[in-house]
Write a new protein. Structure first.
Length: 126
């Protein structure tokens, strides 16, 4: 009897969209009452961590901020909501996941309605 080692199992690295369809980078320019907007980028990682980066345009051009933390998911039959847990300044921390968008919710966890509603959507870019 020969003592052969069994062949090694190979697993292809899968893309985030295969195992974690929500993982990726989301981008948008959110409204800001004292300037042209807040360029916002949120990167959601497969390990449920996030990086939240903002850059102000207008009055506070020099202000850039970056926050990190963990993502907590709340799923119901009609929606998937995520909550960014960590120090993120005064920014809202609740979002709805819809297709390739994160939709920022107001401070009470409600969807922003009306003609400016789509300005609170962050589109998946990666």
């Amino acid at each position: 009897m020969s003592s052969q080692n069994p062949p090694e199992e190979r697993q292809e690295a899968s893309s985030p969209s295969e195992n974690h369809p929500w993982a990726g980078t989301y981008f948008g320019q959110l409204p800001f009452k004292e300037g042209d907007g807040i360029e916002t980028r949120i990167r959601l990682s497969e390990d449920s961590s996030f990086v939240f980066h903002t850059e102000y345009h207008g009055r506070n051009d020099a202000l850039e901020e970056e926050f990190t933390g963990k993502v907590v998911w709340e799923k119901s039959a009609s929606e998937t909501r995520l909550i960014l847990v960590g120090k993120i300044g005064g920014y809202p921390s609740q979002y709805l996941m819809q297709d390739s968008f994160l939709i920022q919710l107001d401070s009470k966890g409600q969807k922003i309605e009306g003609p400016v509603a789509e300005r609170y959507w962050l589109k998946r870019i990666k």
